[in-house]
Design a protein around this ligand. Structure first.
Ligand code: ATP
Ligand code: MG
Ligand code: FE
Length: 345
């Protein structure tokens, strides 16, 4: 099937066409430069930007694929989780398109889209596979029985997401928002053993009680305290070393727990997705542990890690192929859509 995917959960207005497992077009417009000076995404500004970008972005996705709206078999749109005002713009626009062109519409889970997108590079998922979601808003391990029908949450962060943790430390170091990519760049130049950064829920009782859960708030606190101490001593902050130590700790925990999950669910494949999967330290770590444990790690190419329309279209293809859905004409948005819910009824 040919599916038009539309994304508007946060600051990206994005649309893409996927046909089967082939990406035919992929257009992303971001309002991030309008938010950067506020140190975070401002919902009102983002919603307004979606309203402006929606028609041009969808139009370009169709034009780049050499298609008209009448040529697509279905439309998929992120129905949640995300910023309510942003979701409302994308979902309303998608409903209008689906109504006007008489196409089935699928209101899908954005986070599941982040893992579905790997199929463009690696083909369909094996049954009962394990997935690691790492983004600005989420850090979870999922047991994916069937991506169109059944996903279970195996573990999740008890506090901050991995991306959020990087963004918070980046702020301490004076990097502009979002700081994740800046930490990545500096981490490549530093010594990962320079400072001690805790690895939450990996030892003792806490690890036993939360084998597949994550905790990153202690990381930020430890780094913040260390920086304060150094400043009080009048020492210059070795930014590269701080970034390298932080990145090594976070990437190690993610890789360790993901592999433990693969063992527990007997999965020879690990699907990885979400904006933080662009992180080079995580990519290296996962490649290492995958190799050591005989697990094939499927991680999107950098351009498909952060929010895009291809991930939404790919999940739409999965639902069309499985005969699940479409959503009802009046389906709602859900800014806190749980990961176990793949499609809005
Ligand atoms: P969600 O998908 O959970 O709703 P989101 O859409 O806000 O959250 P994404 O766009 O998927 O998140 O990812 C953005 C996050 O990824 C930010 O926290 C950003 O700092 C982080 N990020 C992007 N690239 C990198 C990188 N190379 N290293 C570390 N973090 C990165
Ligand atoms: Mg974004
Ligand atoms: Fe996302």
């Amino acid at each position: 099937p040919i599916v038009l995917g539309i994304e508007s959960t946060c600051d990206e207005t994005a649309a893409a066409i996927v046909q089967g497992r082939t990406l035919r077009s992929n257009v992303v417009a971001s309002s991030m430069n309008e938010h950067a000076r506020y140190g975070g995404v401002i919902p009102e500004i983002a919603s307004r930007a979606h309203a402006e970008a929606f028609v041009p972005v969808v139009g370009k996705a169709l034009a780049d694929a050499g298609l008209e709206l009448s040529d697509v078999d279905a439309i998929a749109v992120s129905a949640g989780p995300g910023l309510a005002g942003c979701l409302a713009v994308g979902v309303s626009g998608a409903k209008a398109l689906a109504y006007a062109a008489n196409k089935p519409l699928y209101g899908v889970n954005h986070v599941i889209g982040h893992i579905a997108v790997t199929q463009l590079q690696f083909g369909p998922f094996p049954d009962d596979t394990l997935a690691l979601i790492v983004s600005g808003g989420h850090t979870s391990l999922l047991h994916v029985r069937d991506v169109a029908r059944h996903v279970d949450v195996v573990g999740t962060t008890l506090d901050d997401a991995a991306g959020e943790c990087f963004d918070k430390v980046a702020r301490l170091l004076g990097f502009p928002y979002p700081g994740g990519p800046h930490i990545d760049r500096h981490a490549r130049l530093g010594d990962p053993r320079a400072i001690r950064v805790p690895q939450g829920l990996t030892q003792g009782k806490a690890a036993a009680r939360h084998p597949y859960d994550f905790s990153f708030s202690g990381v930020k606190t430890a780094v913040a305290r260390w920086i304060e101490e150094q400043r009080a001593l009048g020492n210059e902050i070795p930014v590269d070393d701080v970034c390298a130590s932080l990145a090594d700790s976070v990437a190690s925990v993610l890789a360790k727990k993901a592999i433990n999950g693969c063992r527990r669910f007997d999965s020879r494949t690990l699907i990885v997705g979400g904006g933080f999967s662009a992180n080079s330290q995580l990519r290296t770590k996962l490649a290492e542990v995958g190799e050591d444990n005989g697990v094939q790690v499927r991680i999107p190419r950098i351009g498909l890690c952060t929010d895009n329309g291809a991930m939404v279209a790919m999940l739409g293809v999965n639902l069309v192929e499985a005969g699940v859905g479409p959503s009802s004409p009046g389906f709602p948005i859900d800014s806190a859509m749980p990961m176990s819910k793949i499609l809005m009824d």
